[in-house]
Design a binder for this molecule. Structure first.
Ligand code: NAI
Length: 767
């Protein structure tokens, strides 16, 4: 059955997010809440829609047209022809039960019904309902914010029909873009069970061991492959009150001997902070706050705030680069803290097998998709070493759960005969089984384990998959340097020579690429090596140009951010198949330079196409976007800004990008060649107008002096500068103009100040 009409009941944080994601799939959805007193009876549902706008829950405002708002008194009859009804009302059993009775009276027999509950067992939710209802009822547990968090835990009840699970699973995966995990009906399911445990353990450990929030977050963050908010930053982000509520509602559902209960004990300082309204970012202060002179952090013993700056530890950097074990092999307090958190959390995860599942995949996936961990708990144990971990647990007088003990001398994952395999709990089928994903789901980080790179360096590698060349960037933030481009060039050589029949550029890191490595750029200007910098830029341009000129298919499949040089690579693919949450743009002007990897010329050509050949209008559009460093937060918006072409596509599920890219290369049908004839340039009249515009914007205080300098160089490239209107410029001349402008700007003190401040303090000065 195709799901063509949906109703979401409860227009709060989650309900509005779910409705938004259904709208993003271009499916009609009714968003209902309680009727309000007063003039606007649908005020609550409309507030949900506003929340969606505020949180960028929609790919574009245009998608609001799929959402109808209403109330449960006047619009309940709309449920009659809905194919899926998602309940996301307050977490109260009586309210949910009363609603199901009403739903059952109006909905069609085939309608799927689900609850977003975090804590109520499915058995309790539907025990008063007839079997005909229980058969088509499941829990669909989304994570907040729904558009951006890929995890969906799908929980089936005793009576849920397998077809219902399949239909809901397929819809949430392919239309809503979620990584769907089938879960048992156990407390907290998988993500929150392990995630809350990890967070609470880190919090308690910091208090017990006398670490400051800054110190704790320097360990429980990037070094462990956890988002950089750390534990205290995460509490502030979500809300200290909300996080405490989640922890305590989980306590209420767990057996009395569950180790989580001890970790969730209340901390007096936090009770006081909640009472004082110091509940985090929304309230303006929590563990951290922005003081008059910058960021401040609370002292966990005195509750006083003092200045704080992010702490970066050497062992942290080492761990981030070479593995989490480096955090443990040290005799500092940081290593003790890391051991306390990791030993308890990873051991807890292992103790949940076989209660919650019989292999590591569910828990590992839940932590990666729902908590943005780079590695799941079992992958972390493998990285640390199963035997090392077991020995240290024993030495710390901690017992070893059976599933962990079974892995002694071995691991939870292995590669055998080209297959990635996982360890099953003993006695459940074969000990080792292939890690199988749904058809069309290929995660490169898993695929990579079964492959040998054809060529590799510290920052990039390329592989051959089914006869295609696939380039992966893998430096920090996937910043690009000469080596990245050399790997790309090598892969292109192999496609050109016919030894590979197409090229894919993809990686499944958080972000495709944040652009050219600014450290490398700084190296050139510090050494006054403009010849070297010009050669680097020329090689970058030649490489992307060769990529665009290949006769074989070339697909770029980016996720997350593709900025600056990263986006210039994307711009030169014959087809882009990107994730629906992709963010793209050429942001170079912010650091005082201009795109010089073909970004200016490609932006101009694309606007010329979009403006039906009107070069003057195209130059203005390109000038504005590049000058302001415009980024687009969805492929829909990117298409409107000529950043994507007609044959480019997007997918809601990032795990399906690679297989779609591979099919596109095999079939080759949707590839669009680059036709880049010489352009009759706007010339000096338009150039002068742009300079006038800059002067006026500067006089009005809208642009800084150096903004004007940078934008002048942009104007010169995009119009041709002081040349007569209509004079032709070839694609190569545009490339040359980009390099010339880049070199001019990089030698100015103001650009160097911007780059230095970006590298040293994380933000470019406004000079
Ligand atoms: P919320 O408090 O933001 O929104 C609940 C909405 O339900 C409110 O707008 C309220 O007016 C409405 N409501 C209450 N009774 C109703 C009724 N009888 N009919 C129609 N609407 C009614 O709550 P939130 O956070 O969106 O949570 C909703 C559900 O999702 C809960 O079951 C919660 O446990 C679960 N959940 C929450 C997550 C979160 O991060 N907030 C994450 C995952 C699940």
């Amino acid at each position: 059955m195709a799901i063509q009409k949906v109703a979401v009941i409860g227009a709060g944080t989650m309900g509005s997010g779910i409705a938004g994601q259904v709208a993003n799939a271009e499916i009609e959805v009714w968003l209902l809440d309680l009727p309000s007193d007063g003039d606007n009876v649908n005020a609550l549902a409309q507030r949900g829609l506003e929340r969606l706008r505020e949180t960028q829950g929609l790919m574009s405002d245009e998608f609001e047209k799929y959402i109808r708002t209403g109330n449960t008194r006047d619009h309940f009859d709309q449920l009659a022809d809905c194919d899926w009804i998602a309940e996301a009302v307050v977490e109260r059993l009586d309210v949910k039960r009363a609603l199901y009775k009403r739903i059952d009276e109006v909905c069609q027999d085939s309608a799927l019904v689900s609850s977003n509950t975090s804590t109520i067992p499915i058995r309790l939710l539907v025990e008063q309902m007839p079997l005909s209802f229980r058969k088509r009822f499941a829990i669909t547990h989304f994570f907040n914010p729904v558009r951006f968090m890929p995890l969906l835990e799908l929980v089936c009840g005793e009576d849920t029909a397998p077809t219902v699970m399949e239909e809901l699973g397929a819809f949430c995966d392919q239309q809503l873009g979620k990584g769907v995990i089938d879960c048992k009906d156990t407390p907290g399911f998988l993500g929150n069970r392990v995630g809350c445990f990890a967070i609470q353990t880190a919090l308690q450990a910091a208090f017990d061991m006398g670490l400051s929030p800054t110190q704790a977050d320097a360990v429980f963050g990037r070094p462990m492959g956890i988002p950089k908010t750390g534990v205290f930053g995460l509490y502030d982000l979500i809300g200290i009150d909300l996080m405490s509520d989640v922890a305590h509602s989980l306590v209420g559902t767990l057996p009395a001997d569950d180790p989580f209960i001890k970790e969730a004990e209340k901390i007096p300082l936090m009770t006081t902070m909640i009472a004082n309204g110091q509940t985090g970012n929304k309230q303006g202060e929590g563990f951290y706050r922005n003081g008059p002179n910058g960021r401040e952090v609370i002292d966990l013993t005195t509750a006083e705030y003092s200045p704080s700056s992010r702490l970066i530890l050497d062992i942290g950097l080492k761990a981030e680069r070479d593995g989490v074990r480096h955090l443990l092999d040290d005799d500092s307090i940081y290593a003790d803290f890391a051991w306390r958190v990791l030993s308890r959390t990873l051991r807890y995860a292992a103790s949940l097998i076989p209660e919650v599942g019989t292999d590591p995949i569910g828990i590992d996936d839940a932590m990666k998709l729902g908590y943005n961990w780079v590695k799941g708990p079992f992958e972390l144990i493998d990285e640390i070493g199963v035997d090392y971990f077991i020995e240290r647990l024993r030495a710390s007088n901690m017992d070893v759960p059976p599933y962990l003990a079974e892995a002694a001398g071995s691991a939870f994952y292995r590669v055998k005969e080209g297959q990635l395999q996982v360890r099953n709990f003993s006695g459940v089928g074969r000990l080792w089984a292939e890690l199988k994903r749904d058809d069309g789901v290929v995660r490169f980080n898993e695929k990579r384990r079964t492959l040998k790179p054809k060529n590799t360096t510290e920052v990039a590698s390329w592989y051959e998959i089914d006869g295609m060349a696939m380039v992966e960037f893998h430096s920090k933030a996937n910043a690009l340097n000469g080596e990245s481009m050399a790997i790309l060039a090598d892969a292109i050589d192999h496609v050109e020579s016919g030894s590979c029949h197409g090229l894919i550029v993809h990686n499944d890191a958080q972000h495709f690429s944040c652009g050219v490595n600014l450290q490398a750029v700084r190296g050139y200007f510090r050494n006054d090596d403009m010849v070297g910098l010009d050669a680097f830029l020329a090689h970058f341009q030649q490489t992307v140009h060769r990529m665009a000129s290949l006769s074989a298919p070339v697909v770029c499949a980016p996720v997350g951010m593709s900025l600056g040089g990263g986006f210039e690579v994307v711009l030169h693919a014959k087809q882009v198949i990107c994730h629906a949450n992709s963010v793209m743009g050429l942001v170079e002007s912010g650091v005082g330079v201009i795109p010089a990897g073909g970004g200016c010329k490609e932006t101009l050509y694309r606007w010329v196409d979009k403006m039906d050949g009107n070069i003057n209008e195209a130059a203005w559009k390109a000038f504005m976007n590049l000058g302001y460093g415009k980024t687009c937060s969805s492929p829909i918006l990117a298409s409107e800004q000529a950043m994507l072409r007609a044959n480019d596509r997007y997918l809601s599920n990032r795990d399906r990008l690679l297989s779609q890219a591979m099919s596109a290369v095999k079939e080759g049908g949707e590839q669009q060649a680059f036709d880049r004839p010489a352009l009759a340039m706007p010339g000096e009249a338009v150039f002068e107008k742009m300079l006038e515009w800059l002067d006026q914007a500067h006089d009005k205080g809208k642009l800084t002096p150096h903004n004007v300098v940078v934008a002048t160089e942009l104007a010169r490239i995009l119009t041709g500068g002081e040349i007569p209107a209509g004079q032709l410029m070839s694609e190569q001349e545009l490339y040359d103009a980009e390099r010339k402008a880049f070199l001019t700007l990089v030698q100015t003190a103001a650009t160097q100040a911007r780059i230095n401040s970006m590298l040293d303090h994380g933000a470019a000065v406004q000079n």
